[in-house]
Design a protein around this ligand. Sequence first.
Ligand code: 6PG
Length: 480
Amino acid sequence: MAAEANIGVVGMAVMGSNLARNLASREGNTVAIFNRSYEKTQTVLDAHPEAKFIPAKDYAEFAASLSKPRTAIIMVQAGKGTDAVIDALTEVFEPGDIIVDGGNALFGDTIRREKAVRETGINFVGAGISGGEEGALLGPSIMPGGSDESWVTLGPILKSIAAVAEGEPCVTHVGHDGAGHFVKMIHNGIEYADMQLIAEAYDLIRRGTGKTPTEISDIFTEWNKGELESYLIEITAEVLKQVDASTGAPLVDVILDQAGSKGTGVWTVQTALDLGIPVSGIAEAVFARSLSSKPAQRAAAAELPGPSSPAVGDVDAFIEDVRLALYASKVIAYSQGFDAIVAGAEQYNWNIQKGEIAKIWRGGCIIRARFLNRITEAYAENPGLVALVTAPFFVDVMASTQDAWRRVVSGAAQSGIPTPAFSSSLAYYDGLRADRLPAALVQGQRDFFGAHTYKRVDKDGTFHTLWSGDRTEIEATDTH
Ligand code: 6PG
């Protein structure tokens, strides 16, 4: 067989076949396709003759159909499936060839795989791809890691299929080995927080004002014309106005209120815990999904006492407060997400350009939003920014939203409406800006029961109080 294809895709489920069709639709690309069972390949071939795919029945044929350096994107289920495909490809590929994992892999797995594959001379690139099925077909946001060498070949191909935002393709070489999948994981964490915040805003308005899902859909459509403009607000309006065909009820009322998860939000929180980064908004979003999925506990707790919900006074003013609270909490979610990126980059020696990440999230991905440009500007103005929320633009946002935010969170607590992400984001904000934190007392407690020592504000050194003796303070060596 002549090596006619410049790119191949392994895995013909919907994401893989859509990405292959996207590649085939771009000038200069000829795409080889392979799936474990040929039946699926045949279905894709039959459905899309215009793509002129080159099908392969086995890995050897797939490799033979690719020009060098051979480049293949794997779009299979994360985990063992990915390892099996990588093993098979390394058998038939040669040094200099490139294997790309486009699935949602855990970045630690990507680091491990990159190291193992590199030993064969083949390049391995973990690339986060966001945008769901439609994004894969029409233009996703792509977050590739891997070597500089592989980026030379891969860059132009990925640029050709990525979403375009303000004239720029939504793809950049994020950093080496697992950097791409790390950033995609954080993207998903922010996605979890954003979705939970929007859901809380909906719940507050519905329970606070009695507005119907259709009316709330109109509110979200309105919000989408302002600072909150984003894909997630847009699709929320669509979901809320959907009527269930079989019952005539709003669809949102017949969907079981137990949120699922494929696990990327959990990975973000686990990773952030290891890095010591408080991603509290993301964590609360993960926990809110867990709480929703405990029907037995929820049923047992259904009669627990709660307040009688006071009706909201000025409905329009309340809705505007919720909008501002959503905006403020969203800024915190991004700020925490970028903190995690900075910490990950430090820990794993990745040279990640924060402003570039915000740029490639402007189009194609699930968290695409108007205010991402402001994040890019913030890092351009000050590359060493220690917390995104302290950039001048976001300080102004906080100044204009914080009163409303506090009213919403306190009102929700009074009314017994759960707002874990709104509330934790506000608590984080107040913690961050506090002059003194009660962490001093925690240090005192630790020293009391465990002689864990403390430092003082007024002199250098490490100290311990002899709590069980005469309670004098001694200078100590901090070994705890
Ligand atoms: C994307 C999405 C995508 C997916 C995740 C999240 O960027 O295109 O984040 O990766 O929808 O699997 O799904 P869960 O909510 O099930 O974890």
